[in-house]
Design a protein around this ligand. Structure first.
Ligand code: GAL
Length: 680
């Protein structure tokens, strides 16, 4: 059986819900999908009751019949475990399986994702349903892979049930062994929060003014992630006993409080991502989300997905208007946008694109979340565009398996990500710098990757010319050793303000800042401050380029071989070093005292010689994205026009247009929302 993500082609799929439609529609639906190039469907992720209508009464007829039809027409299937929507009989009889609000009110039956990952009963019932489904269906010829659950931690990424508190205690006992160590790690002497028994510890509860112990909160986030990872592994361990050789296990992510790298390493063959670029146009959020990037912002999420799996899939690719009864309402994709968003995913490393969903549902909470087809199922513009995408993919099979090419890596780690969600001092610089870097990289046409420091191999890390670790607030010895090795081997590392002031408990260190990287950076930080809101943003001039130092300033001093590169201007500390460098081995580290603005990030990209690596190949306006994938020494350049307007691209070299096979050079017009894929 042919499979996906094998590096031989890019495959199209769709999400299909046989349980939503009269059986008389099935065959025609599947044949019409095949006729436009959709070769895979994902099914059953919410259909528990179609297999176990009442507790212990299993009946496999419904999906047997459907799979028989799939085999007859030649449709391949990704089958799902149905645990995202436990049935009413289950939650009614065993309310301990439910998730709860922080104040203890249970999330009742009637929506979805209302369960918790730690109820012993739910783990037991999960194991039963997964085992029964796998045992019965896994050998079916049409099945090529499996999806676990649906969107772990979507909608809710916090869990407050009694089972969670019990499991949290076990997690903490394993981590700290003794209460003394836990009290020490959480700094419980502050405000007299000392624990004298494990039973006094709960998941974070409602407190007088919400300013809960931050070290407790950080461990709680780690605990939620651990809970999801254990739950995913429970399911995948069962599936592995039954699935056919070559069939894959995946899940559709990426949501909060979850270390997707760990989950993928332990339980999946690759991650899949659900890509809804139309969120960039949602009416209820438009003012908040509005900037020149709109749907282009989804490239940051696709970059995330690629940091987890170098080649990944899109399990749900937007194909229609969005919205449910309570929000997220947005327009239909304009002509060309389905292709644009599909190519955006492929440009970033996706070799499987499955559209959400085949036909728009006529009932329930998602009647506005449109699929390819509207309610009637009649042929429409969007279906035709999917067929056109398929034709394009036939001309670009050679791109499959090609790896995204980037010289710049943005370093991240889950601990710092989670800490920045808990701590406004950290959060303010983190989120601002994240978008500043993204915009500077995108608009200057500089491809980049995210690198998860505690998951990426040293060898892969050392492959980047420049690494930026915007705010390495929490540092560990292992992380620092990895960065040091990178620099010693010739890498250029750039750090922004506030590095190293916390340890992994989230407590502040008493060492001179920037703590564990002081020596690597040749920097001391005798003083620091927020930039006052009524002051101008201080800046430094470095190699003739302006470096605005936004939000927060570390006032630097060189130590141990550090060299002052630039000083603050326009501040009461004008003349104090703002940028210090230090050579170590074959490489160099830069410590910059501020948070990054788009202008600062661009100045660094240019100053460090990594901006716009394809400027000699083609010139194009900032409204276009360039992404490059590479295989066997051949580069594939994706040019994506996110604007409504036609734009001109100048090709300085002869390039082969993969869609047409034509050689192009000189001025080329790309229509509004148009895409091109060139072989270099
Ligand atoms: C996804 C989810 C789908 C569907 C879709 C549209 O997050 O996996 O089941 O709900 O959004 O809302």
């Amino acid at each position: 059986m042919e499979n996906i993500l094998r590096g031989d082609k890019i495959t199209l799929g769709t999400c299909y819900y046989p349980e939503h439609w009269d059986k008389s529609l099935w065959e025609d639906d599947l044949k019409r999908m095949l006729s436009v190039g959709i070769e895979v469907i994902r099914i059953a992720e919410f259909a528990w009751s179609k297999v176990e209508y009442r507790e212990g009464e299993f009946n496999f007829d419904f999906f047997d019949e459907f799979l028989e039809l799939a085999a007859k027409v030649g449709m391949k299937v990704i089958f799902c475990t149905p645990t995202a929507t436990p049935p009413a009989w289950l939650t009614d009889k065993y309310p301990e399986v439910l998730n709860a609000r922080q104040d203890g009110v249970l999330f009742r039956h009637g929506a979805r994702r209302h369960y918790n990952y730690n109820s012993k009963k739910y783990l037991e019932l999960t194991a039963i349903i997964v085992e029964k489904i796998a045992e019965h269906y896994a050998k079916h010829e049409s099945i090529i892979g499996w999806q676990l659950d649906n969107e772990f931690n979507c909608e809710h990424w916090e869990f407050y049930s009694e089972s969670d508190s019990l499991a949290f205690r076990v997690f903490l006992k394993n981590k700290y062994e003794t209460l003394e160590k836990l009290n020490e790690a959480w700094g419980t002497m502050f405000w007299n929060q000392i624990y004298t028994s494990w039973d006094e510890i709960y998941v974070p509860r409602t407190t007088s003014f919400g300013n809960n112990n931050p070290h407790h909160l950080l461990d709680y986030k780690r605990f939620i992630s651990d809970s999801v990872c254990r739950y995913a592994k429970l399911q995948s361990d069962i599936l592995k006993k039954y699935i056919k050789p070559g069939d894959f296990i995946t899940t559709n992510s990426i949501f909060g409080n979850l270390d997707c790298c760990r989950m993928t390493e332990e339980s999946l063959d690759f991650i899949t991502y659900d890509s809804y670029p139309n969120f960039g146009y949602c009416l209820n959020d438009f003012e908040r989300m509005k900037d020149e990037l709109n749907d282009r912002k989804w490239s940051i999420n696709l970059t995330e997905a690629r940091a987890i799996s170098r080649i990944f899939g899109i399990m749900e690719q937007q194909s229609g208007s969005t919205g449910n009864h309570i929000g997220m309402e947005g327009p239909a994709p304009r002509p060309g946008q389905i292709t644009l968003w599909t190519m955006q995913s492929i440009a970033h490393g996706a070799d499987y694109i499955s559209y959400f969903r085949w036909r728009t549902c006529t009932m329930g909470s998602e009647i506005y979340w449109h699929g390819i087809l509207d309610y009637s199922g009649r042929d429409n513009r969007r279906l035709k565009e999917v067929g056109d995408v398929y034709k394009k993919l036939q001309c670009m099979k050679e791109v499959a398996g090609a790896r995204f090419k980037a010289e710049v890596g943005i370093v991240k780690d889950y601990d710092n990500g989670w800490d920045s969600e808990l701590d406004v001092w950290h959060g303010r610089i983190e989120w601002s710098s994240r978008m500043a870097w993204f915009k500077a990289l995108e608009k200057s046409h500089t491809p980049f990757d995210f690198c998860y420091l505690d998951h990426i191999s040293q060898e892969e890390l050392n492959g980047y010319k420049v690494l930026v670790y915007p705010h390495a607030v929490i540092l560990t010895e292992e992380g620092v050793n990895k960065l040091k090795n990178y620099v010693e081997q010739g890498g250029i590392l750039l750090l922004g303000c506030r590095a190293g002031y916390k340890d992994s408990t989230g407590k502040c260190v008493m060492a001179k800042l920037p703590g564990l990287v002081s020596d690597l950076c040749g920097t001391d930080i005798p003083e620091y401050s927020y930039v006052a809101p009524d002051d101008a943003v201080p800046y430094a001039i470095w190699n003739g380029k302006k470096l605005p130092a936004a939000i927060f300033n570390d006032l630097l001093a060189p130590v141990n071989g550090g060299k002052v590169e630039a000083e603050y201007e326009d501040a009461y500390y004008a003349g104090t070093p703002a940028l210090i460098s230090k050579e170590t081995g074959k490489g160099k580290t830069y410590y910059f005292g501020g948070a990054f603005t788009e202008e600062t990030a661009l100045s660094f990209l240019e100053g460090l010689g990594v901006a716009s690596p394809y400027k000699d190949v083609l010139t194009l306006p900032a409204c276009c994205e360039i992404s490059v994938r590479e295989k066997d020494g051949i580069k594939y350049i994706f040019v994506l026009n996110y604007s409504k307007e036609n734009i001109e691209v100048t090709l300085h070299n002869e390039l082969t247009n993969l869609y047409t096979g034509a050689i192009e050079k000189g001025e080329v017009t790309l229509e509004g929302y148009g895409t091109k894929v060139y072989r270099l």
